[in-house]
Design a protein around this ligand. Structure first.
Ligand code: NAD
Length: 257
């Protein structure tokens, strides 16, 4: 169903083996995709080590998504080495630790700017870079990663909830903008998973417990489940779907009390 033979993809947001983006790299590479992986400075060694385990050796490039120059350099290299692009996975997000533990009303102007820039604006910048390379292939698929905190209040998620609301609006506007070029834009909304980013959220472990107790499937999800769902949205099997948010949270979002 999700065949990636002959396809090329750019994966942004691998920090270590627990990263959701890494599960998506594995899900697509194991089905034949040739990948470029980017890393944020301090994660270079991790990403280089992980990349050795993929079936086709990926291109590994630095990219701080708050830098337009680094983003431009990534797309130059991808064009040189891969020729074009069939899919893009955006899995970068950041908020300062203070912003994820202090009362929401204490959110600083700089903390707000940083969270929205790295976690939401970066999808627009990456989509703009990817679009010409996808047009060369007759279209493409872009997927980002979001969380239910965009719509509902979760303790300490704070400014990241606002960033995810902006990110999901970006998905809809980009889908409308790029749809005529046969470029689709969707999000996967994952349930809580213990990753480096998640551990920065005060009281995160108790959120995992609430999902286990209340989600229809009475459990949490893991990165492979999110990876498979994202691979579906990145593949031609989902060619009629754009501007959407696919929930992969063991059904938690349907519960009332
Ligand atoms: P992670 O820490 O493994 O990944 C976050 C990534 O963002 C890291 O690779 C980090 O390097 C990158 N990043 C941060 N600032 C960056 C910058 N300036 N430039 C480039 N990259 C930068 O954690 P994860 O949980 O796999 O997060 C991936 C995505 O999934 C995020 O958007 C996160 O909000 C989302 N998500 C996570 C959960 C969860 O519970 N873990 C749930 C729903 C959605």
């Amino acid at each position: 169903m999700t065949d990636f033979a002959g396809k090329t993809g750019l994966i942004v947001g691998v920090a270590n083996k627990r990263s959701i983006a890494w599960a998506i790299a594995q899900a697509t590479a194991s089905r034949g995709a040739r990948l470029a992986l980017t890393y944020q400075g301090r994660f270079e060694e991790n990403v280089q080590e992980l990349s050795v385990g993929l079936p086709h050796p990926p291109l590994v490039l630095p990219c701080d998504v708050s830098s337009d120059d680094e983003i431009a350099a990534v797309f130059r290299r991808v064009e040189e080495e891969l020729g074009g692009l069939d899919f893009l996975l955006h899995g970068a997000a950041f908020a300062r630790r203070e912003e994820l533990s202090a009362p929401f009303v204490e959110t600083t102007r700089e903390g707000f700017r940083l969270a929205l820039d790295i976690s939401a604006y970066s999808l627009i910048a990456l989509a703009r870079g990817a679009a010409p390379l996808m047009e060369k292939r007759g279209g493409g698929s872009i997927v980002t990663l979001t969380y239910l905190g965009s719509e509902r209040v979760f303790p300490n998620y704070n400014v990241m909830g606002v960033a995810k609301a902006a990110l999901e609006a970006n998905v809809r506007y980009l889908a409308a903008d790029l749809g005529p070029k046969n470029i689709r834009v969707n999000a996967v909304s994952a349930g809580p998973i213990k990753t480096i980013s998640a551990m920065g959220i005060g009281g995160f472990s108790s959120i995992l417990g609430v999902y286990r107790d209340r989600a229809p499937l009475r459990r949490n999800v893991d990165t492979t489940e999110v990876g498979e769902a994202a691979a579906f949205l990145l593949s031609d099997a989902s060619r009629g779907i754009t501007g959407d948010v696919l929930m992969v949270d063991a059904g938690f979002h349907v519960t009332g009390i």
